[in-house]
Design a protein around this ligand. Sequence first.
Ligand code: NI
Ligand code: MN
Length: 227
Amino acid sequence: MTDITYYGHSTFLVTLDQTKILFDPFISPNELAEGIDIQDITPDYILITHGHSDHVADVEAIAKNSNATLVANFEVATWFQEKGIEKVHPMNHGGSKTFDFGKVKYVNAIHSSTLPDGTPGGNPGGFVVQSGDTAFYYAGDTALTYDMKLIAEEFDIDFAFLPVGDNFTMGIEDALKAAKMVGTRKIIAMHYDTFPYIQIDKEATKKAADKAGMELIMLNIEENITF
Ligand code: NI
Ligand code: MN
């Protein structure tokens, strides 16, 4: 069973059986996520796609509080290690690693990646997680890219977390193509409405997904779903 809680922007807590995996925590600076106490979020792992502050703002506090293992590319992992986070696991593009909850592959993303203090964050990525019969893709911030077809060749993707906010990442039309490329009809939307640049028309976005025969899930902040 897979349990998913949304904390706004691109932040999701995915629980696979007993393991809690937090993606790209950006909660305390997000006005839309006011009222969430990050001390209540106690993941076993934190997966980070790239170094931009809207993906890493709460990593240090949550990692120190929960003793979670950080998984990120080499540059981002090293940067957090130097901040005193003890449990870090560096990866890089094309690499897979099997953890106690399953396999993680760090895959391509087309974007940029600078850490909050200006340190280069290496190249941005996304993750594919395979745990038992469940496989999902967490795209991070990315443009549409044909590389996504490689994911469908290797994995039977059940659902995908895709950005739909446009401007800095894919918008809905490209996200629908991305879902098709990775081989799923179930999209969990992220990276929209947080900032004026990425405010979207949710009705029109949903209609576009319906028209394409895709299931687009837009969770409310703190909403939880189970597959
Ligand atoms: Ni970004
Ligand atoms: Mn972003």
